[in-house]
Ligand binder design. Sequence first.
Ligand SMILES: [Zn+2]
Length: 299
Amino acid sequence: MIAQSYLFAGPKGIGKRLLADRFARGILCLGEDKKMVPCGSCASCIKAVSGNHPDLKIVDQSMLDGSIGIDEVRRLCAEASLKPYEAIRKVFIIDGIDRMTEEASNAFLKTLEEPNRSTTFLLTADRVMKIPRTIISRVQVLKCNALPIADCEAVISSVGGLDGAASSTAARFSCGAPGLVLGDGGKEYLALRERALSGLERRTFFDSEAGAPRDEVIQMLEIALTWYRDILVLRSLGNSSGKLINADRSEALRQFASQNTLETARHAIEYVVTAINEIQENANTKLALTMLGARIGNR
Ligand SMILES: [Zn+2]
């Protein structure tokens, strides 16, 4: 028995969208196996994989302008009220329901309240707190957790094509969310990481990245978090480089750790988290980085 709507909830980059895609294909699959595992070879699976299944619709906030607005949701709700074209069910994936505007959420709630029996919604969200309780109460929440580092490394080397030290570094950085470092096979991430860590090492980061695009700044600040986290680890556990995310930079990290206290490293992490939140909420990136540089100082 398939519920009307499911929410895949958990941290960014752990594969919620992959799960939703696979689940959708499983629902639509015409194969013999009825355990929701897509066969991969029937007409329905082939259409779904190529993005041409008439009964599978995807709304992806990252393809829009970062949020899902009322027009998109009206279109979706109108379509959800229709019968499937060829399958038994229509499946809608809404990737990033936590990025739905308030107006759009209210419109979507009406569709959830008066469900069409042949429609299934698969929702994903990084930030469950941002979803109205009225929506949460009408969906089955499937909590997705971070993967063990060894599994991340396997995903990164098989999907991303990174190998050896690069995949191991990327896996440590991903903190259980390999999607964070994938994308173009991990190369873009490695370049950003290099830029962020070199800037932090040379103490030029906050000035030199002030003009970078918002998304890049956020990603680099997330990398900066791992840097300060490593400093904190060295301060509290001593010279245990086995526990470092950025183990390839252990020498520089040790030098920084010797100039920091536990307290200053902890504050640096708080300041970076605040800056990430502010920039995500549309604060001016240049201003946020300047403020952050002033708060962290030369640590
Ligand atoms: Zn199939």
